[in-house]
Ligand binder design. Structure first.
Ligand code: PXL
Length: 292
C-alpha cells in the first residue's frame, strides 16, 4: 500500500475560539511537521473550558455523522486517525465507523482520551463518556492519557501519591485494555519535585521508556494537545517511539518556557506562535531512558 506522500490525518478534536487548545494547536503543529490535518470538529466553543466561565458550547455530533458519511463516500485514505476532546459519547461510535471504514489503508489510530486534568473532569465531560472511553480505547494503537485520565480509565482514585512507580504498574494494565502503546504524561518523579516525566510502554517489545524534563510551576491548558500532536507528527514522519517522545517533550517544554516568562494568563495557553518554527528542525538532543 503506497502511503500518502504528505501523511494525512483525520483530526477529531473541538474548535475552541480562544485559549489555544485542540484544533488551534493540532492543525498548526501537524502542518509545521509537513503532515496534512483534516479536521473533523467535535464541537465549537467560544473558549476552552479551563479557567473560563459562561463559554458557549455547540455540539457537532450530527455534523460529524454526516461528515463521516461523506468522507467514506469519497474513499479518502488516511494515514492516521487522531482523536482528542469529544462532545458526546455517541461521537465515539461515529469515530469508530470512520476507523472501521479505513481497514484498507491500516491507519495509525491514536486516541488522546481527553477527560480531565488535576484530578477533575472537564466541564462538558459526563460520567457516561468516561465509561465509554474505557471501551473506545480498545480501538487505538496508541493512547496518551495524563495521570488524571489514566486513573479514570483504570477506575483508580486520583491522589498525590500517583508517581512514576505507580504509573509504571498502570502501563501494562492500560495496554491490556487494547492499545499496543500507552504514553502517560505529567507523571511526578519519585526523587525530584523539580522535574516531571512522560512514561511509555510498548506491548510489542515489552519495553518501558521515560523522558523527564524540568517541572515548571504553572498549568497551561492545551499542552496535552501539543504533546500528542508532535508525537503523532513525529511517528508519521518515521521516528522511533522514544525519539518521538523526546521531540514531543522538548517542544512542549519549550512552549511552556516561552510563555512562562511573559506572565500571560495561563488560561490563554502557551505561545505556540513563538515556537512553532522549531518543529522544522531535526532532533538535536535526546534524553530518553529505557526503564528496567
Ligand atoms: O486541551 C484539552 C481541552 C480540549 N478541548 C476543550 C477543553 C480542553 C481543556 O480544558 O476545555 C474544549
Amino acid at each position: 500500500m503506497i502511503k500518502n506522500p504528505v501523511p494525512r490525518v483525520a483530526a477529531v478534536h473541538d474548535l475552541s475560539g480562544f485559549g489555544r487548545t485542540s484544533l488551534t494547536m493540532v492543525i498548526p503543529i501537524l502542518s509545521s511537521m509537513e503532515v496534512q490535518a483534516c479536521p473533523l470538529p467535535t464541537a465549537v466553543l467560544s473558549t476552552h473550558t479551563t479557567g473560563f466561565e459562561n463559554y458557549v458550547f455547540h455540539d457537532l455530533t450530527e455534523f460529524m455523522d454526516k461528515s463521516v458519511d461523506h468522507w467514506i463516500e469519497l474513499g479518502i485514505d488516511f494515514d492516521a486517525v487522531y482523536s482528542g476532546f469529544l462532545g458526546s459519547s455517541r461521537q465515539m461510535d461515529i469515530v469508530l465507523r470512520l476507523i472501521d471504514s479505513l481497514k484498507r489503508c491500516s491507519p495509525l489510530i491514536v486516541i488522546d482520551p481527553v477527560l480531565g486534568d488535576d484530578g477533575v473532569t472537564y466541564g462538558p465531560i459526563t460520567g457516561d463518556m468516561v465509561v465509554k472511553m474505557r471501551s473506545f480505547i480498545k480501538n487505538a494503537d496508541l493512547i496518551t492519557p495524563n495521570i488524571t485520565e489514566a486513573a479514570l480509565l483504570l477506575d483508580e482514585p486520583y491522589s498525590d501519591a500517583i508517581n512514576e512507580t505507580v504509573v509504571r504498574s498502570w502501563l501494562p494494565r492500560l495496554a491490556d485494555m487494547g492499545p499496543d502503546i500507552v504514553v502517560v504524561t505529567s507523571v511526578p518523579l519519585v526523587n525530584s519535585k523539580d522535574r516531571t516525566s512522560v512514561l511509555a510502554y510498548d506491548r510489542n517489545d515489552e519495553r518501558f521508556w521515560k523522558v523527564s524534563c524540568d517541572y515548571i510551576p504553572t498549568h497551561y491548558p492545551g499542552t496535552g494537545d501539543a504533546f500528542a500532536s508532535v508525537l503523532v507528527g513525529s511517528l508519521l514522519r518515521g521516528d522511533s517511539l522514544p525519539i518521538a517522545l523526546d521531540r514531543a517533550v522538548q517542544f512542549t517544554t519549550l512552549a511552556i518556557r516561552a510563555s512562562f516568562g511573559h506572565r500571560n494568563p495561563a488560561r490563554e495557553g502557551v505561545m505556540l506562535e513563538r515556537v512553532l518554527d522549531t518543529l522544522k528542525g531535526p532532533v538535536v538532543m535526546s534524553s530518553y531512558e529505557l526503564v528496567k
